[in-house]
Design a protein around this ligand. Structure first.
Ligand code: SAM
Length: 204
C-alpha cells in the first residue's frame, strides 16, 4: 500500500523531530502521571514517534516487571525510537510498526497513551475504538494533544491553520470521543486551549 500523507510528512520530518518539537510539544510529564502506572504495568504508546515520551513512562516501571510497547506507522520515526532505546539500554521496551486505526495486537495493556498523535489520525474514532479493545479491565487511557486555542484571540485561527498545514486537525471533538467510550473521564485544558489531557478510566 502507498504511504499516507502523514507517513510522507514524517519521512522528511523524522530527522528534524527531536531538535524542533521540544518548543511546541508540552505536558509529557503531567500526562504520564495521569496513567497511574505501577512498577509492573504494561503500557502502550500509540503513535510513539521517536520515543520522546518513553523516559516519562519508564520512570514508573520496574525494568524487570513493567513493559512499554511503542506503536507507530512511520518506519523512519520508529528507527529513531529504536536508536533511543538502544542508547539508553532500556530492556523492557518493544517497538511495533502498525497503523493505529487497524491495530490488532494479541494482548491487552494496563495503560494506553496517545501523545500528540490522535489529532494526526484521520480515522481517530477507529483508533480510539482499537485502543479500547487493547485496554484491559480497570485500564487507563490518556490522550495528550493540541487543543483549539480557545482563549488565544486572533492567534487562535493562526495556530490552528499552521497546525493543519502540519497534518494536525484540532477541529474534531477528541474529548467527547473519549467520553463516549469510557465510564469515568476527566479533561484538563492548559494555557487557554493550547493543549489538553483527556483521561478515560475503564471499569470504575
Ligand atoms: C507529533 S508525532 C508524536 C510522537 C510522540 N508521541 C511524541 O509525543 O513526540 C505523531 C506520531 O504519530 C504517528 N502516527 C500518525 N498517524 C498514525 C497512525 N494512523 N498509526 C500509527 N501512528 C501514527 C506519526 O507517524 C508520528 O510519529
Amino acid at each position: 500500500m502507498s504511504d499516507t500523507p502523514v507517513q510522507r510528512f514524517y519521512r522528511v520530518q523524522a530527522c528534524l523531530y527531536d531538535c524542533t518539537r521540544w518548543m511546541i510539544l508540552h505536558g509529557r510529564r503531567r500526562a504520564a502521571a495521569h496513567l497511574k502506572l505501577r512498577p509492573d504495568s504494561s503500557v502502550l504508546e500509540i503513535g510513539c514517534g521517536t520515543g520522546l515520551n518513553f523516559r516519562y513512562l519508564l520512570e514508573y516501571l520496574d525494568p524487570a516487571a513493567g513493559r512499554l510497547t511503542g506503536v507507530d506507522f512511520s518506519a523512519p520515526m520508529l528507527r529513531r525510537a529504536a536508536r533511543r532505546v538502544a542508547r539508553h539500554r532500556w530492556p523492557n521496551v518493544e517497538l511495533i510498526e502498525a497503523d493505529a486505526a487497524r491495530l490488532a495486537l494479541d494482548r491487552q495493556f494496563d495503560a494506553i497513551f496517545f501523545g500528540y498523535s490522535l489529532t494526526m489520525i484521520p480515522d481517530w474514532t477507529g483508533a480510539l475504538a482499537r485502543a479500547d479493545e487493547h485496554l484491559g479491565p480497570r485500564g487507563t487511557l490518556v490522550v495528550l494533544d493540541f487543543g483549539r486555542f480557545r482563549r488565544w484571540g486572533p492567534l487562535g485561527p493562526l495556530m490552528r491553520g499552521w497546525l493543519r498545514l502540519n497534518h494536525v486537525d484540532t477541529s474534531r471533538p477528541y474529548a467527547d470521543g473519549v467520553r463516549k467510550q469510557f465510564e469515568r473521564v476527566e479533561v484538563h485544558d492548559w494555557l487557554g486551549g493550547y493543549n489538553f489531557i483527556a483521561v478515560g478510566r475503564k471499569g470504575y
